[in-house]
Structure formats: C-alpha cells, structure tokens
Design a protein. Structure first.
Length: 170
C-alpha cells in the first residue's frame, strides 16, 4: 500500500560547525528525524523499521515485547502501540480497526470490553488520525509518537468543550 504521503519529498537543511547539508528526503526519513527531534529520550539511534535490533544478533521483537517496552497498560495505550507496531515493524502504510483488533490475540491481551469507545479515545487524544481520502484507515500522529516515546508518561492534551446551556440552566 502506498499513499500520497509516502511519495512526498521534504528538504532537509542543516548548517553548523563543519557541516552543511541541503538535501531532499522522503517522508519516512522526515518522520524519523521528527521523531528524534521531538523525543525526550535523547536516544540518537535511528528508529528501526525491522523487528530485529541489530544484524541478526538479537531475536525479532514480538508485539507482546513491544507493548511491554512501551508500558502500554490501558486499552487506548495498547491500541496506539499496536498501530505503531504495525507501521514500524510490519511496514504497513496505514492501519484499520480490524487489523488492530486482531493483534490483541497475537499479543495475548484480552480484547477491550468496549473497543469502539477505546478506539475513539485514541482519536480524541490525538494519537491516531484518519488518513485523508481513505475512510477507516488510520495513522499514528506526532502526538501518538510522542506518547509512545515517553511510555505514556505525559498525559494527552485534551480540548475542553463548552457545555451547552439550556433554558433549564438559565
């Protein structure tokens, strides 16, 4: 699956002591650079899109291990972690609700009692967003990536909606 986002190119400009870079990069590299810049971990290793950490010296990273590493304990946290695993490890361009739902069994996690509510929570938290022009297909947002990078230590920024007043309230 390819989409217009993966076909976009970006310009990377970096100038400093002994360095001058001005080059075009694809959206995957741009995303990795943004993840590095926005992460609070200070980890300078480039994120891997493969399940192995190094050239075969370690075993593949399972979804169960990934959820444990990310400390994804609540169902909304698990949903965004599974979506990110599908994109980063299984190399999907975007994900659907059913793909995420089916991976709970793979990770030996109980399915959420109210999956639609928990999925809506990930959308409300801004961790997942629908792909433009592709109904029912989603991607992990920058906020979702930041939540994963912090192991969900930073609470999501929620917008508050004003309560509607009725004639009874006045």
């Amino acid at each position: 699956m390819t989409d217009k986002l993966s076909e976009q190119t970006y310009t990377l400009k970096l100038n400093g002591h002994g360095i001058a870079v001005d080059t075009a990069i694809d959206s995957l590299k741009a995303r990795h650079i943004l993840n590095l810049i926005l992460s609070d971990t200070g980890d300078l290793q480039a994120p891997s899109r493969t399940p192995t950490a190094s050239k075969g010296s370690e075993r593949a990273l399972s979804l169960r291990e990934y959820l444990d590493q990310r400390e994804a304990t609540s169902k909304p946290n698990q949903i965004v972690a599974i979506a990110n695993y599908l994109v980063e490890v299984e190399k999907l361009d975007d994900v659907g609700r059913d793909e995420i739902k089916s991976r709970f069994a793979t990770a030996r996690e109980p399915l959420p009692a109210n999956f639609p509510r928990d999925f809506t929570t990930t959308l409300r938290n801004g961790w997942l967003a629908e792909v433009h022009g592709k109904p029912d297909r989603y991607y992990v947002t920058q906020s979702g990536t930041q939540a994963l990078a912090s192991n969900f230590k930073t609470p999501p920024r929620r917008t508050t909606s004003k309560r509607r007043t009725s004639a009874k309230d006045e």
